[in-house]
Write a protein that binds this ligand. Structure first.
Ligand code: ZN
Length: 336
């Protein structure tokens, strides 16, 4: 085991002397270096490219491979497993629970930190503290640190190199917002096109905002992604079955009745009563209505389980899982 674990081990696990990709299960000998090429989708020797890697992990891997190659550690890494494990990206964000290691640690064969690696570690701490400061001073949620977009942003800034100046707020609200809007519209068009091939699920709930105003929402989910279709403020309206049914029906018309496979709703009595009305519009297809649910969270939960299937398959045989008391219960065994 290396003294300082590479942050990219978060997406891999050890399998004897090999490292296993958590996305596709591919294994490679000699630490994590070859997996970085695998994730970065850069062809090297007989390493296959990973087709299941998440986009932001790919970006981190690309930055990490570049850093490895820039420091020339790649050449040395071929000769030593230890060096392979200790060479790492200098990507400044990463997992805050792991100390930043430095490519320069290749010169410390006994695993002792060099001055350069200590400086790098200090630099990482400075960057991490600045990230924390910006989160606290701007009242941003700590969950930001789990956001793929945030990680992607940091990788992009690191890749850009020194001298990156963030956009002014004027540029942000004029030019950049416009460009992003165009990108979102393009993406939505792409998702809509996919409905005719895969069908889609309508999801609806009534939600009350901070000012106590109720809104009825409609989202459309398909394998290509979940998009927000529309929302209506229902202040002063009777939110009974026919109101809900009319709202959902209008959504079905917009999406195209032939594309709607099912409607997922919460189990409020108005939604329950709206079911029969809806069948007219869903052409007899049944609505999925779990007996006890909080809106579409179960649906999203199941979807994320499917997305993480590979990783979960590896979790179940692990000692961590087997040692959990919950795993020994009947429910736990069923989950396994
Ligand atoms: Zn893979």
């Amino acid at each position: 085991m290396p003294r300082e674990r590479d942050q990219m081990w978060e997406y891999a696990e050890e399998d004897g002397s090999r490292a296993r990709c958590k996305f596709c299960g591919a294994t490679y000998a000699g630490g994590i270096s070859l997996l970085k090429y695998h994730w970065a989708q850069i062809k090297i020797r007989d390493v296959a490219i990973c087709s299941s890697v998440l986009e932001f992990v790919k970006n981190i891997a690309v930055a990490s491979v570049r850093e490895m190659e820039r420091k020339g550690s790649k050449k040395k890494a071929k000769t030593s497993d230890y060096i392979m494990k200790s060479s790492s990206s200098s990507f400044p964000s990463g997992d805050s629970t792991q100390a930043g290691s430095s490519p320069h640690s290749t010169s410390s064969l006994k695993g002792q930190p060099t001055i350069t690696s200590m400086v790098k570690k200090k630099e990482k701490e400075v960057v991490d503290l600045l990230i924390m400061k910006s989160i606290i001073m701007n009242n941003l949620p700590f969950n930001l640190l789990r956001s793929d977009e945030f990680k992607e942003e940091l990788v992009a800034i690191a890749n850009h190199g020194p001298g990156h100046v963030p956009p002014s707020s004027e540029t942000a609200i004029t030019k950049l917002l416009g460009t992003l809007k165009e990108q979102v519209e393009e993406y939505i068009e792409e998702v809509k096109m996919s409905w005719t091939k895969t069908g889609c699920t309508l999801m609806s709930n009534i939600w009350t905002d901070g000012k106590n105003c109720p809104h009825i929402n409609l989202l459309v989910a398909s394998p290509k992604g979940v998009i927000f279709l529309k929302s209506e403020c229902c202040v002063g309206k009777v939110k009974d079955a026919s109101y809900v049914a009319n709202f959902i029906s209008s959504g079905i018309e917009e999406v195209g009745p032939e594309n709607v496979v099912q409607v997922v709703a919460d189990n409020g009595s108005n939604y329950v009563a709206a079911v029969d009305l809806m069948r007219v519009h869903t052409k007899g297809r049944d609505l999925q209505r779990p007996a006890v649910t909080r809106f579409a969270t179960y649906f999203l939960c199941l979807r994320s389980i499917l997305k993480q299937e590979e990783g979960l398959r590896y979790m179940v045989p692990s000692p961590d899982w087997r040692n959990l008391n919950q795993a020994k219960s009947d429910e736990g065994r069923e989950v396994t």
